[in-house]
Design a protein around this ligand. Structure first.
Ligand code: BTN
Length: 260
């Protein structure tokens, strides 16, 4: 497979980089197209939430086509692990950084970034948009968007006051790490991704709680909450919880929190 070459299109302000890239994809944009905006006025997050996107954050979307993935469902996990890897490369090593299932990035126990993947087109035109948001040079006073959630928001600036981070360098680092990991994933398949993702995750082996879950065995969702030891992800990317010795449950949806 020919390597994907990233091609960055820069904007001052967009409603949502994912939305713009979806439109460009429909009119024939190539794999590797990246839409970057300094701010978004209608940034979107997972589960129909909004994504607060003031100037100072990093907001971009990357286009991949269907022949650049084994399964669409793998890429959100890959992007989440790469985001955590990128943040680790950028910030001092004493900080605790890792991916939270499926693809949030935690910094010192708080959410610093996230990934929204959206499919578009079908058949030979099928494509995946990987949208990434990262709270970089954003002061604590502006981090209001997630304050009601179990994992409150943070930013690079909150953890390193007074330092201004180079957004372009972070984007380049992400793309470099992404395409290296992507090549291994295309070559070795999900097994590579599972190991890579689990290495980037700080919560494995910890007692966690999963709310609003969907159990894949039952193919139905419930609004209940489940506590147990987080064992990792299975070959479908589902979260595996052990509630008691020998008992394992696999969840395809849910909001993970940690029982400290
Ligand atoms: C999440 O809910 O954790 C995912 C947030 C993803 C936000 C990014 S910012 C760039 C791209 N454009 C959007 O509208 N959303 C994604």
């Amino acid at each position: 497979m020919a390597p994907v070459v990233p091609h960055i299109l820069r904007y001052e302000s967009l409603a949502s980089t994912n939305t713009t890239l979806k439109e460009l994809s429909r009119s024939g944009a190539q794999a590797g197209t990246v839409i970057l905006a300094k701010q978004q006025t209608q940034g979107r997050g997972r589960t129909d939430r909004s994504w607060s996107s003031p100037q100072g954050g990093l907001y971009f979307s990357l286009l991949l086509k269907s022949d650049q993935m084994h399964r669409t469902t793998d890429l959100p996990l890959l992007a989440g692990a790469v985001l955590s890897h990128t943040v680790k490369r950028t910030l001092p090593s004493h900080l605790s950084i890792g991916v939270k299932w499926p693809n949030d990035c935690l910094l010192e126990g708080r959410k610093v970034g996230g990934v929204l993947c959206e499919s578009t087109g079908d058949g030979r035109d099928a494509a995946l948009i990987i949208g990434v948001g990262l709270n970089v040079n954003i002061p604590a006073t502006q981090l209001v968007a997630f304050q009601e959630r179990p994992f409150k928001a943070t930013s690079f600036l909150e953890c390193s006051p007074g330092k201004v981070f180079d957004l372009d360098a972070i984007l380049q680092a992400f793309l470099g790490i992404f395409f290296q990991a992507h090549e291994k994933y295309m070559d070795k398949g999900f097994r590579f991704l599972q190991n890579y993702w689990e290495k980037e995750c700080l919560l494995i082996g910890r007692e966690v709680e999963l709310k609003n879950t969907g159990l894949n065995q039952e193919k139905e969702s419930s609004t209940g909450s489940n506590r147990g030891r987080f064992l990792g992800i299975d070959e479908q990317g589902a979260l595996v919880l052990s509630k008691a010795e020998g008992d394992r449950q696999h969840f395809v949806t849910g909001e993970l929190t940690c029982c400290w």
